[in-house]
Ligand binder design. Sequence first.
Ligand SMILES: [Zn+2]
Ligand SMILES: [Zn+2]
Ligand SMILES: [Zn+2]
Length: 334
Amino acid sequence: MSELRRDPLLRRWVIIAPERRADLVERRLGRTHHVQEIPCPFCPGNEHMNPEEIYVARVPQTSQYPNGWAVRITPDRKPLLRVEGVVERRGVGLFDLMSATGAHELVTDTPEHDAHWADFDLQQMGRVLSSYRLRYNDLRNDRRFRHVVIMKNYGAPWSRYLHQHSHIVAMPFIPRRIDDEFIGAKDYYQLKERCVFCDALRQEEAREERIVAANDDFVALIPFASGFPFETWILPRRHMPDFGAMSDRELPALAAIFQETMAKLRTTLHDPHFSLALHSGPLNGEKAEEFHWHWELIPHLSGELGMEWATGVYFNPIAPEDAAACLRNGQPIS
Ligand SMILES: [Zn+2]
Ligand SMILES: [Zn+2]
Ligand SMILES: [Zn+2]
């Protein structure tokens, strides 16, 4: 049974999940779960293997959508956090524990087993993003949760399913990495009475050198001090602390910039594995008006993490300006 433990020195919560032990053992033995998953539980025709539906984007039946769904959201079959029960907090001596209460939903991004996001048409990309927004806004009403993260790991060795998918996880705490951003945004706002993201967007657009793609409502850029080579952020131009506040008018523009960024990434880096995460404001009416939601994406290129683990200091062998130029031009790196 999973539980949450708080590190009293680093002030962060850790999910201790013995249910995932088998995954670790399988990986060490070089066997992966997906090899065994035949037939695929996320492909059309196999819905009975994964029957409980949280949300389904229905579409007319076509050869592309043989069972009349375009996006399907189901409970993760091995959830990191469980939706049942109240959040119980207790102390054991100096240590703090919390029940692993939360939500862990699995999004089947497309009925097509291995369609890349870069190949999605804008309608399908829009359906995925609108499904995210819908679940985000639903989970925020649950008073037990303080943060919702949306993540995708494409091709990552730790990914448990081969079918194109993403995760929505609601947590009863604000993760340390996100809280650091809230604190940074608040500090900057107190000093200047302006949003650090809005200021950075204006400056980056004027200089152009770190811009990857832009449209009327969104900008994709490589951050000035990015810790990972080709780390890319997608930000709305309009100041919004909360992803759930994105309008229907803005949604197609987000779909377009995602599709364009994914296509550039795939060409430039030869179809890299990547991780993608939404950073959005806190739930529960906690105010973070200084925050500005965004997506962060890192391609998995080097796998070198010794220095980062040892010190928290990142080293990046590619200047963000050079990375942006490669992606902007859509040229394969050599
Ligand atoms: Zn499949
Ligand atoms: Zn802003
Ligand atoms: Zn962020």
